[in-house]
Write a protein of this length. Structure first.
Length: 133
C-alpha cells in the first residue's frame, strides 16, 4: 500500500484527494494543481473498482466527481491530461440512463468533459464542462 502525502488518501493503488466543492471541470483542475495534483486518470478496471468501493464505504457514493478526461481537442477522441487515451466501453463507461440503454459517451460537441457520475454508479459519463460537480 502506497503512503500518500497529505491531503491525498490511499484508495487501492492510488493516492487521491476528493474535492467536495461544486466546481466546473476547469475549476476542479485548477484546484487540483493548487494541491500539487491533477484530475485523476482511471486507466484500469481495478482502479475504478477500488474507487467505487471507497466512495461507498465512506458514505459519499451520492457525490459526482470530475476526472481528467476530455474530448475537447478533437470530438470523440477522449484523452487524459497526459494525452493517453481514455479507455472505451465496459466496464468504464455507463449508459445514458434512458430506455435506449445507449452507452456513453453520447454528448457530441456539447459534453466534452469526463464525470464520475453518482447517478450512474460512478461509471464514466460525458458532461458539459461548465456543469458543477
Amino acid at each position: 500500500e502506497e503512503t500518500c502525502p497529505k491531503p491525498f488518501l490511499n484508495v487501492g493503488r492510488r493516492c487521491l484527494h476528493f474535492i467536495f466543492n461544486d466546481l466546473t471541470y476547469g475549476q476542479s483542475g485548477i484546484n487540483c494543481q493548487e494541491e500539487s495534483g491533477q484530475l485523476a486518470a482511471i486507466t484500469d478496471s481495478q482502479d475504478l473498482r477500488d474507487l467505487y468501493i471507497y466512495l461507498q464505504n465512506q458514505g459519499i457514493g451520492d457525490i459526482s466527481f470530475w476526472i481528467g478526461g476530455s474530448d475537447s481537442s478533437e470530438e470523440g477522441l477522449w484523452k487524459w491530461k497526459n494525452d493517453s487515451l481514455v479507455p472505451r466501453g465496459t466496464p468504464f463507461w455507463g449508459t445514458t440512463g434512458d430506455l435506449s440503454g445507449e452507452q456513453e459517451p453520447t454528448g457530441s460537441n456539447v459534453e466534452n468533459c469526463l464525470l464520475l457520475d453518482a447517478e450512474g454508479f460512478h461509471y464514466f459519463r460525458d458532461a458539459p464542462c461548465d456543469t458543477k460537480a
